[in-house]
Design a protein. Sequence first.
Length: 226
Amino acid sequence: MKELQQTLFSMQDVSYRDFHSKLMPTIDKETIIGIRTPQLRKFAKEFAKSDKCEAFLNALPHQYYEENNLHGFLIEMGKDYDVVVERIEKFLPYVDNWATCDMMRPKVFKKHLPELFQKIQKWIASDHVYTVRYGIGMLLSFYLDDAFEREHLEMVANIRSEEYYVNMMIAWYFATALAKQYEATLPYIEEKRLDTWAHNKAIQKAIESYRVTDEQKAYLRTWKIK
């Protein structure tokens, strides 16, 4: 994969690397090349047509952060649900940061929500930080509109973790749920069903949302835990 790495380094923006590395304290700066996301996505579309693509997807683990992101983008483009899920499950154990985790949103998932939900239940029960985060992220992305069920709220509320990146996604999920499914979600705030940090962070993020009304924001403020 040396040739691929050389191509990736040809797109390097050192100042962007220095800035972006500060947003990912869990990642060794030396493993970040520094490629802007739109540029890497564009390259992924070209690389997907290459005869080297399959070999790259099977060459885990990767050395660089951008190689992981490229891997995620390539998976995302897949049109066969079973293949995409198989590749996601093979890749998730190697995901080691929030950014790579959060950027994988395969469009094919929208057409297979019942099957995907079975996988999400498994991911949320994982002992790997970013697999759990990914499972919650999929509930946030695909199950807060027409596919919403109250049991999804229960699943996320029952997660207990000491991991910052899991708790932050729990907070994001509930903040988004307050914006999209306010009446169903509010009791979880009123009954203080979440860990204190996630509870307060969910309220903070909901209050920052333009999709939550001023009246709702005022009420949510009264439920902050001091």
